[in-house]
Ligand binder design. Structure first.
Ligand code: MG
Ligand code: ZN
Length: 221
């Protein structure tokens, strides 16, 4: 009986900071996308390819969440994209306070679209709002077509699903129709974007969705 209110306090503290982040982002006309995925789904590669596709249309920025290392942030920085690395030191999800601190380090006046790459994990990131305007789940062909079965809450909570590494389909047993059906079972609305960051296939439709998203957020702000 005692523990339930404590848990609620922790969650609402995160939500309060998330709302502060959202207000800051809206005041700067920035649209933030919280990218969630398993480790190795290709979040960083997707960010890099997408920023390239959007070049000349939207200016991207990145907050990289990892348990340790700045390997991903170095890749992003090498592409000339403003980036801040968060190392959680073991924690398995980002929290709003970490993102708030990262926002202070970014050149916000140079960013239209901010990717927040969450920790590779399909369980708890979904429980912690960061102040983002949209949530996207990145899945990939080698992970198998049963992921929505195993992580229904994550698939239900997102505004779009990206299915990455479709170039590997000839080498891996993956039923794309079954995957699509499962996603629809969890989430009636979220568009599904099959892409390959290796070949570039499908990236244009995904980039168009982001352009529309930014426009919608700006109209609402
Ligand atoms: Mg990464
Ligand atoms: Zn966690």
């Amino acid at each position: 009986m005692v523990r339930v209110p404590v848990v609620r306090d922790i969650l609402s503290a995160n939500e309060r900071v998330a709302q502060e982040n959202r207000r800051l982002l809206e005041s700067r006309r920035i649209c933030a996308v919280n990218l969630m995925a398993s480790p190795g789904a290709g979040k960083t590669s997707l960010i890099l390819r997408t920023a390239g596709s959007l070049s000349g249309r939207l200016r991207c920025g990145v907050i990289e969440g990892d348990v340790a290392s700045r390997v991903d942030a170095d890749r992003v920085a090498a592409a000339g994209i403003p980036v801040v690395q968060i190392n959680t030191g073991g924690a398995c999800h980002l929290e709003a306070q970490m993102v708030g601190a990262a926002l202070e380090e970014l050149p916000l006046d140079q960013i239209d679209l901010l990717f927040i790459e969450n920790i590779g994990n399909l369980i708890c990131p979904v429980e912690f709002g960061l102040g983002e305007q949209a949530r996207v789940l990145v899945s990939s062909i080698p992970e198998g077509d049963d992921k929505p079965h195993k992580y229904p809450a994550a698939f239900a909570a997102v505004d779009a699903v990206v299915l990455n590494k479709i170039d590997l389909a000839p080498y891996v047993s993956f039923d794309r129709e079954a995957f699509h059906r499962l996603v629809r079972g969890m989430n009636a609305e979220a568009p599904l974007f099959p892409v390959s960051c290796a070949t570039g296939e499908g990236l244009e439709a995904w980039a168009e969705w982001l352009v529309d998203l930014v426009a919608r957020v700006r109209e609402g702000a």
